[in-house]
Design a protein around this ligand. Structure first.
Ligand SMILES: NC(=O)c1ccc[n+]([C@@H]2O[C@H](COP(=O)([O-])OP(=O)(O)OC[C@H]3O[C@@H](n4cnc5c(N)ncnc54)[C@H](OP(=O)(O)O)[C@@H]3O)[C@@H](O)[C@H]2O)c1
Length: 352
């Protein structure tokens, strides 16, 4: 396969600085790595948070973007699980070589999943980060950046293991919430209770939620009308101080609250755990889980056990990402993912 020597990439020029589309040389895959031509990259809240909160590790140019779907175009030494021409999805990393906001990105071969034929690249790009967050929150180990340590459904005796146990998910229409609902269904939880805007009720039921509470209702009071069983697992994807407070108060003793952002609880009590997962599969405590998840994901997607998020494709490839991130930041995106096609990025005019 003949490849160009240069590509377009969206750089964050300094920590809290400007977004710039510019040319960069193609990267070379090292041992265990592959080069992916990025056909679709999805936008995530973390992309604007890194810029607005100055969270980048470096003050130099960095390439963000962590949801990637594309075609394998080159293999590094030792890679046998995928071939050139395969369609894959993966969680990208914030790095010049690995960020998804470029036309060709490096990935670790053992942390990609093949895209089944029933999914488009756009749909596939909605999956990696949200699924990683949901999986770490539910099945990650009981450690910092881990989760509730449930038995994953892909391991022996894991499928349907939690039948009859209630689970509460705050923010079911978020990308992460949609994945939590679907994994909770595969794990057997019942009832699966979530909060959302009323217009998302039918959609969330189609994913497996059994009860949808209007996000503006008195949620603790409504919960009591749905189940009298002790609620020992709550995942708060919204993670505002207000949602953390009510979820922690309704959590039963011995229970776990998974909060997908910084924990702001003022008081905690013995016997109720609150933990923030970190959806990063590449190293740390979640790598082994990440490899297993990627091995199972293709068949979950092929059988519709896991469905992708709805998609809105933005025009002009990488150039539209700053506008899309602003829409996410200001809460203008409901129950869908914004996706760009990096290959459709207009080539900037040559400098005079
Ligand atoms: N810890 C990690 O590793 C990790 C990983 C990924 C994401 N996150 C975090 O998880 C959060 C969600 O990310 P995402 O990409 O899944 O979000 P998203 O898809 O952009 O979320 C949009 C949805 O938020 C819902 N929402 C907003 N306020 C709500 C409320 N008070 N109650 C219920 N639903 C509400 C809206 O639902 P309706 O349309 O129904 O109103 C909307 O559809 C972000 O803060 C993100 O930074 C953390």
């Amino acid at each position: 396969m003949s490849l160009p020597s240069q590509q377009q990439a969206l750089f964050l020029a300094t920590k809290e600085g400007k977004w710039i589309v510019s040319s960069i040389a193609l990267h070379k895959p090292c041992v265990g790595e592959i080069l992916v031509r990025v056909e679709a990259a999805a936008l995530n809240p973390v992309d604007w948070k890194i810029r607005d909160f100055g969270m980048s590790d470096t003050d130099h140019h960095v390439i963000l973007g962590c949801d990637c779907a594309g075609v394998v175009v080159e293999l590094g030494e030792g890679v046998t699980n995928v071939a050139v021409g395969d369609s894959v999805l993966h969680q990208a990393e914030f790095d010049i070589r690995r960020g998804a906001f470029q036309q060709y990105a490096i990935a670790s071969a053992d942390l990609v999943a093949k895209i089944p034929p029933n999914l488009t690249f756009d749909q596939a790009a909605t999956i990696p980060v949200a699924m990683a967050a949901a999986a770490v929150g539910l099945y990650g180990r009981k450690v910092t950046m881990g989760g509730a340590a449930l038995l994953p459904p892909w391991r022996k005796d894991g499928f349907g293991k939690y039948a009859g146990e209630p689970i509460v998910i705050v923010g079911g229409a978020t990308s992460v919430g949609q994945c939590v609902i679907q994994l909770a269904k595969i794990s057997g939880f019942s009832p699966i209770i979530t909060t959302a805007s009323p217009h998302n009720t039918d959609f969330l039921k189609s994913l497996g939620a059994t009860h949808i509470i209007d996000r503006s209702a008195d949620i603790p009071a409504t919960l009591k009308t749905i189940t009298t069983s002790p609620i020992t697992l709550i995942l708060d994807v919204i993670a505002q101080p207000e949602t953390q407070n009510w979820t922690y108060s309704v959590l039963a003793k011995g229970g776990t609250l998974i909060v997908f952002e910084t924990i702001t609880l003022e008081k905690t009590v013995v016997g109720k755990v609150a933990r923030t997962p970190w959806a990063f599969l590449h190293d740390g405590p979640n790598r082994e889980l990440g490899v297993e998840l990627m091995e199972s994901l293709t068949s979950y997607l092929a059988t519709d056990a896991i469905k992708p998020n709805a998609v809105e494709v933005l025009p002009n490839g990488l150039a539209s990402i700053p506008i899309g991130l602003e829409r996410i930041r200001s809460g203008q995106v409901s129950a869908k993912k914004l996706v760009v096609h990096p290959q459709e990025t207009p080539t900037p005019p040559p400098s005079p």
